[in-house]
Design a protein around this ligand. Structure first.
Ligand code: ATP
Ligand code: MG
Length: 404
């Protein structure tokens, strides 16, 4: 008898000719998440056969893999009727202990050499379950739980309880994106939404030591560590940028009211460089219309103008209250609300302009040595490799680029 998870996918089933590509990506992500386990594709389903080492928190991990509509925990056995009967009774008792009282059995007999027809076999197994636990009763129309028996060519799957998955698309099918990750509530949620649409993300963070502390940087690293658990089991790169020199120069040179937007434009220009070096197709940010001064339509437009890639803002029309709810669900909220300063809050002007114009921003940007400042800033980048919620190593931007 093997312990299995029967995995069903939703949207990727509709992808026509690309379906194989989507399925393969999902299989790879499941394999990466449950290393050492066997994963196979079977006509519209994926079966994970997991080992003892992988059995810890299997439901929790499964729920974080995008592309899975729902899944069931179950068993794979041969065709021996006594064994099937025993597994059915055990699964029924497991549900009974969770307070469920009524059930039905659904048999699907793909293997026609199995001697008993589906309906008859469901009835037979139903009787055996009732005999083993008289407190249970059958309800064919609206049962509290069901027992699925899937008789295939080489063996039989028996399972119960469909558990909802994270839905969306397998991470990786939509290419790679660079998430502007701050220490706030919004950007981790924005990253989560991008991953949900199949974008595999890496993170970039701007800090301004000594104005911002090591704790503030560690907090953002912690947020990125949480995001690794949604990233299809693949490593997540974290680009840590020292923004101090640039912020100080910008603040010294441009009108205070527009310095915030100029800083944001500068961040985008650094992102351009990282995107070009490491081939990211999009930049993702946590902006939402009207939330703060930098997030008016005019200012978002001005910031957008500095980025050469597509900028994705999953939360653009979200109410904060909904973002907070999601951040609690995905597990980033408690870290996000830790009270450490962000580079932008340290250098935020007293009364930032809410309606900047690109032409005048560009004029002001000529007041400092932008090229040189950009080069210096890019050279400060340190890269951390995060995997499975841990930092696995770090290197400089220059070194990694040299070895590409
Ligand atoms: P968040 O809660 O994500 O910090 P916010 O509501 O505080 O967002 P802003 O501070 O204006 O809004 O930031 C808007 C977006 O710009 C963030 O969601 C994030 O994507 C990006 N951003 C802001 N500060 C930084 C930073 N220091 N490093 C990287 N990205 C940043
Ligand atoms: Mg912020």
């Amino acid at each position: 008898m093997e312990k299995v998870v029967i995995i069903r996918y939703g949207e990727i089933g509709l992808k026509g000719k690309n379906r194989i590509f989507f399925e393969k990506k999902l299989v790879a992500n499941i394999k990466n998440t449950f290393k050492g386990s066997k994963v196979s594709r079977r006509r519209g389903r994926i079966i994970l056969t997991y080992s003892e080492e992988n059995s810890e928190n299997i439901v929790g991990k499964m729920k974080k893999i995008f592309g899975i509509q729902n899944f069931s925990i179950g068993f794979y056995v041969d065709f021996d009727q006594k064994t099937i009967e025993k597994v059915c009774c055990d699964l029924a008792n497991y549900n009974y202990e969770k307070g469920k009282k009524t059930f039905r059995v659904n048999t699907n007999r793909a293997n026609k050499s199995f001697p008993i027809r589906s309906m008859d076999f469901s009835a037979l197994m139903g009787e055996k379950v009732l005999a083993s636990n008289p407190e249970l009763s059958v309800d064919l129309h609206d049962p509290d739980f069901y027992i699925g028996i899937d008789i295939r060519e080489k063996g039989t799957y028996i399972f119960t309880d469909k558990i909802n998955g994270a839905a969306g698309l397998p991470v990786g099918v939509s290419g790679r994106g660079l998430l502007l990750l701050s220490g706030g509530i919004d950007s981790p949620v924005a990253g989560w939404y991008a991953m949900k649409r199949g974008i595999s993300i890496d993170c970039i963070h701007f800090s301004s030591p000594p104005y911002t502390s090591d704790e503030a940087l560690n907090k953002v690293l912690d947020l990125a560590k949480i995001l690794t658990s949604f990233n299809g089991g693949r490593p997540l790169m974290f680009y840590s940028v020292n923004f101090t020199e640039a912020q100080v120069s910008i603040q010294r040179s441009v009108k205070p009211s527009i310095s915030l937007v100029v800083q944001r434009r500068f961040m985008m220009k650094v992102c351009n460089s990282v995107c070009d070096s490491f081939n990211y197709k999009a930049v993702i940010s946590g902006e939402s219309v009207g939330q703060v001064a930098s997030q008016t339509l005019e200012n978002i437009f001005s910031i957008d103008d500095a980025c050469k890639k597509l900028v994705i803002r999953p939360l653009i029309t979200f109410d904060k209250i909904d973002t907070i709810k999601l951040s609690k669900e995905i597990g980033t909220y408690e870290t996000s609300i830790l009270p450490f300063e962000d580079s932008c809050t340290v250098f935020v002007p007293d009364s930032p302009a809410t309606k900047t114009r690109i032409k005048s921003l560009k004029r002001e940007e000529e007041l400092y040595e932008e090229e040189e400042l950009l080069e210096n800033t890019v050279n400060t980048i340190k890269i951390f490799k995060l995997i499975d919620g841990k930092i696995e190593g770090s290197d400089t931007f220059e070194n990694i680029k040299k070895n590409l």
